[in-house]
Ligand binder design. Sequence first.
Ligand code: ZN
Length: 149
Amino acid sequence: MGSRFKQHRISGGIGGDDRFWEALEDGELRLCRCGSCGAWQWPAHFRCGRCGSWEHDWPLVEPVGTVYSWTRTHMAFPRTTARAESVPYVVLLVEVDGTDGARLHGVLEGPADALAIGARVRGTIHPPADESLGYPSLRWALETAEVSR
Ligand SMILES: [Zn+2]
């Protein structure tokens, strides 16, 4: 059986990040790194932009980082109607530690009181769901906040 996200894939993609989604669906965060020169490749590519190698590794990455940017959504847009019950919600763009600045999006869980650019966050991986359009998701929580589940 294939990965569930592939049944919901947005058409037109080249699949360079399939390994990321497969790993996330297995509960792991893995990002693309050149197997020759070691440069992080995010967004993922098939060929290294630094050295031209086609060889890539997908090392495990701890889901921790700092808030690079964020936005609060106050309405459910046509492709996000499954999130209608959650509005308003906050989506973070997080710079992941140890990846030379790879940035990942994810919804903020828990209180947003201490939310700020540069705040420390920790991610948790969630299985594919309707609210994430059939993809697994990474959700972030402020490291100072208690997350109620
Ligand atoms: Zn390279």
